[in-house]
Design a binder for this molecule. Sequence first.
Ligand code: SF4
Length: 324
Amino acid sequence: MAESNVPVLAVKDLKKHFPIRKGLLRRHVGNVYAVDGISFTIGVGETLGLVGESGCGKTTAGRTVLRLTEPTSGSIEVGGTEITGLSKADLRPYRRQMQIIFQDPFSSLNPRMYAGDIVGEPLLVHGVSSKKERAEQVAALFARVGLRPAQMSNYPHQFSGGQRQRIGIARALALGPKLIVGDEPVSALDVSIQAQVINLLKDLQRERQLSYLFISHNLAVVEHISHQIAVMYLGRIVEYADTRSIFTRAQHPYTEALLSAVPVPDPAIKRKKLVLQGDVPSPVKPPPGCHFHTRCPYAVARCRIESPPLREIAPGHHVSCHLR
Ligand code: SF4
């Protein structure tokens, strides 16, 4: 197989269950089924948007893919290599290839460090020991993300929210990664700043053939950056397709509901409105059958008993619903 055909990331049946322990003996009394068997691939220079309400498991999925949290089971291949069983030392070269940008650019930056040292830290950790060389690389990264190299000696509090997220991006870029996981990377920013940061990420993707796993609760945000979108509900992917299909031919009632909250720019286009009642049920005791049946307006008796598999209903379009 040609190297370019190997996905940057291929995840198969990935599960992350957190055990719940109680009492003096720390007895295992249950699990939080945060991620419950998800599969997806991300190609070179592609973005997968991972979308769902708070508590659906998308952040855990992102952290597990990077092995910041150990998976319970399943497979994670990076550039064709299985990384789930690798020791810390063997994982090191793959860590370089995969970086993360966090939601809150303020709390993710050490307030006592100069911005330049924050961006240069991964270089130091991974063996770029010459101070001069690091300073040159950091200055180039600052310039590339739209910051002035003179700002390298400022502290994080001296930057605006958007600028702090640019520091986070520069830091993620420092080791020349192939994949960046963005965990709600623009959610804390004003709408106008969101667009600037998304445009920067898109430019960097074009220049460096970067791949992104872009996690967000907001479909409107992922629309502009994603090639594919996976919609998550209670630890599982319920719909997975290219971005256009999700926005024009969504098939899962949960995706329909998320789309109902997205403003339509053309008033001539009518979109079916589906407003969900209630909150996401607890991942400690997910509803039997289809996890979504407690909130689905179309639920039938079968939905309460039988879990719908994720089926391919059109080329590349996968849906988990008995009625599709
Ligand atoms: Fe709704 Fe049933 Fe489809 Fe689940 S399987 S989304 S409950 S119609």
